[in-house]
Design a protein around this ligand. Sequence first.
Ligand code: BGC
Length: 352
Amino acid sequence: MKKKLLCLLMTATLALSMFAACSNSKSGKKIGVAMPTKDLQRWNQDGANMQKELEAAGYDVDLQYANNDISTQVAQVENMINSGCKVLVIASIDGDSLGTVLDMAKEKDIPVIAYDRLIMNSDAVSYYATFDNYMVGTKQGQYIVDTLDLDNADGPFNMEITAGDPGDNNALYFYNGAMDVLKPYIDEGKIVVKSGQTDFATVATAEWKTENAQNRMDAIISKEYSDGTNLDICLCSNDSTAYGVANSLSANYKGEWPIITGQDCDKLNVKNMIAGKQSMSIFKDTRTLATKVVEMVDAIMQGKEPVTNDTSTYNNGKKVVPSYLCEPVFADKDNYKELLIDSGYYTEADLA
Ligand code: BGC
């Protein structure tokens, strides 16, 4: 008898919680969110913010991380399509590898939002939301110009360049943005890249991996800077590569600590910034991006046109994808408290 009662009670509780879940969600409208990897802090934050905001707006969320493995991401997206997701939000691992699976989405009229990274060579991409990637690069370059007062200083200053993953469409934008600012100084000889490694393919970092950036810098330091020559500038496209470069310098380099740029304001890198081991990082508030993308999803679900602010820059090889570009800002040791702590992005304890 007791058992029966307990069983009834459990069934009723389950039914109630299912009812609550259903009435809270927009009648079971599921959104698929595909993120590249849990290895990098930013994607964990992006995924968590997207999930939180989509659920608050009443959607069900299928959030997947693909361990930086392309075939895993393809399988996850296929599964989202087959399990009834109404919109797909995808931060791709490799911009060129999703064309076939996205053809399936197109056949089923499922809109696709490319999140942060553009998905290439597919006409199934409906919208793109990101931070202005070219501006990320120009801000890194301008930081170097301003900090060294390059227009007035004599120089020459030695610089080495570490860029991102060639499979990520953003990486070239970051590199081009920074190089467009710095190239005139290289041309006039005020900045010297001693290794001679300047073109994107040579300075790129496979998978944005810290250890790959570190190994390359180890080789450069032992060849060019082990005799005590100063290295003044390390232009690094993001924080995972900046971290590898700083590790390499800590282990191998005896000269004055250079300017090191970065991007993402990952906790480890902000700690390095506070410790004087990284000069700046571009802050891309993942909350802002998540909010924008949720607005896009909501507009699509209501049959409205999402707001975009750039309809010319991002050609993915098949079409110019209407985009919303958020504005990045730079953080350094002077403004990080205001940007990162006062805004509630991090707590003091996160950075201790
Ligand atoms: C993102 C960066 C990130 C990098 C490595 C890029 O696509 O825009 O914020 O640092 O990928 O994950």
